[in-house]
Design a protein around this ligand. Sequence first.
Ligand code: ADP
Length: 797
Amino acid sequence: MGVWLVELPSRGRWNGCVWDGAQQSVPEEWQRFSPELALGERWARGGNSFEQSLNDSAGNPVVGPLLGMKRAVWAPIEGDGDREGILMAAWRAGPQALPRAEAESVAADLALALGYQRLEFAAREQARDLAFARQILSEGRGAVNGPEQLRRIVSAGAEQAGVGFICVGHVQNSGKALPAWCGPSPEWAAHLDSGPLAELWRRALITGQMTGCEHPAALPAEGFVRWAALPVRRAGNVLGVLVAGLRPQGCTLATLEGLELRAALAADFLAEWTTEEQKAQYGLEERERVEASPAALVLLDESNAIAAASPSARQLLAAAATGTAIPSFTGLLRNTHAASSWLAAARSGSDTRLFEAELLAGKRIRARTLFQGHGSGGLLLEVTAVETPAGPLRPSERELRALVDWMEQGVVIFGAQRRIAAINRRFSELTGLPYEDVRALASLDELLERFSAVAENPEEAAQHWRELVEHEQGAVREEVRLAKPVARVLERAGRPIQDDSGARTGWLEIYRDVQAGRMFQTRWLQTEKLAGIGQMVSGIAHELSSPLTSILGYTHLLRRGKDGAREEVEMIHREAERAHRMLRQLLESGRETAPQRKAVSVNHLVQRAMELRALGKASHRICVEVDLDPAAPLVEGDEDQILQVVTNLIANAEQAMEASGSFAGTIRVSTRLSEGGGVRLEVADDGPGIPPALMQRIFEPFFTTKPAGVGTGLGLAIVMEIARAHGGQVHAANRSEGGAVFTVELPGTKKAFGSPLMARPAKDPAPASARPALPAVKGRALVVEDEPTVARLIADV
Ligand code: ADP
């Protein structure tokens, strides 16, 4: 009996053992086995066990162990679909029936044992890697800062994994200089800097991949068989290279994975060193530049200590500084607290660019940030002396108004006795009060009268506003809610105005529109979400498209038959076609393809819209009158998009009428040949009409006056977008007799497209009976299609 196993990692040679019942010992060379030679063809066929009769072995060479045998059974040992070895049992005077099943079961047991051994080995390797990673993590990253620690990290547990040599080189100066090696003895460091090993790690750096080679003969043997080099990278930057010498037991996939783990850890540490080095370097250059500058520059470190100052800055600040060392910038100033918060704001990149302060010595300075937020945490300031003006500036009221009018925000300035000193145009725009009225207002009381018409809670708001203007001593920032013309929120920032002695002389208010920002944000989130859903939908659409194609194909085939259920099949076919069209639209909207351009009859689309409407709701109390002009030309465009225009406008009209409590109005949809030779589509309703103040805004995306869940504010924006894409325009107006009317003008097509009245859907293909019979052909067609049902359908057809 003999068993031979494929030897790892070189699969050419097999090793095994042979037991002979009649002899005590067997020749040693029987341990080697070459299946191709011994079994030839039969081996190549693989798979099953087989019997061999050795009487007529003329064709086959007989391997040593079979000499003198009569019959043999061979059973392959297979694990994971791979041949792992073979089992042989032979008889000198064979039994009648060979125990082939038994041989197979022993072979299977062996395969199982081998698999288990492999798993155990992998588990051991993994456990070792885990132990290694745990050890590194438990040391804590902060503790590892020197080359010695890095060497310790990468070499921990390496010897057990079959790695006889390991070291990391820190690639500096973008690889122009040799790496600084962590760990190797001087002799090995020399081998790494030049010769075959240097070639190896350079290749790894150039290709960016793990690279390996046989152990070079020129190097001391020391039990190495192979070498591997891995680039140490972080975020696309090469920071170093890891070189490892492997012993025979280290030539496994698990060891290479372990090396990758070590390289990743090394990348962590090298990345930290690199930024530290750069920071130190950067700080030095920056300091030198500041000290050489002719401008008055001060460089502060993160704790606001002065890291460097130019000569003129020193001169400016010197009066307050004791000695040559200036400890802290804020310490030089009278109002330390304000200075610190200004510096913090400057660091965070807020808009605060200028700051005025008084030095302890009494001189006033102005500071400006030049740049901030570098790796060093530094902040570069330019300081200038402020000349105190002879007297306070008193801009005339006219100048004040001009200034205020120019501002982006709404501004109201109150003087004594609630008098309005200035009020600007933006304030009137934000509140929706006409500017002509607003600018004529003289006092808060007059303003409150107007304001009560738009405020959400007029009485309360008025009382609070009076309180602010007359008595508030501090700064306030609050919301002001308006109810008309649409609900919106403004932000009011107010603060008292004081004279030089600190007495309260008035009240200043600045208004901002926060609604727009908020709306935008929530809409944006919604849009993001929609985009996500869109992606999902287009995925689903893609999946559904194959089964639908099959359904369509088979119903198509069935329709030709003379079955009784023809009508039902017809129905299935129509519905499947509809679903298919929807899917195509979904897929196209996902793909953002250009809209289709073909001759479209707007009349036909209005009729389709009416059919859809009839399908949508069981009962309509709102009646729709349709008046189509047969002379209306075709337009060149996308059917589905123009259909959407019609349905959106009808839906809006319906909603407007329902919202006003009228459930019995009339919507009139009409088409006409327009003056320009195109189509003029009108949708008129007798609902409440559009408030004039909103007329300008209704086409804005996301503008809606309807409650959440009803309105998206997209309907008219889409109508506008589609009309424009078709070279047309949309217009909204109120009818003199009440209600709104939307007019869409679309240019007529220049091309001749058959009947101008109505574009008919394509005719069904001629019935089977009308077609010439196909000659009977004998043969085969090969259908290649990745979707099995579609492939079958094609084959059936
Ligand atoms: P939505 O219908 O989702 O609110 P639209 O863009 O279609 O979004 O419409 C914007 C706004 O225009 C509506 O909220 C409504 O105030 C106004 N509007 C549209 N159509 C009419 C109409 N026929 N009558 C009165 N108001 C209308």
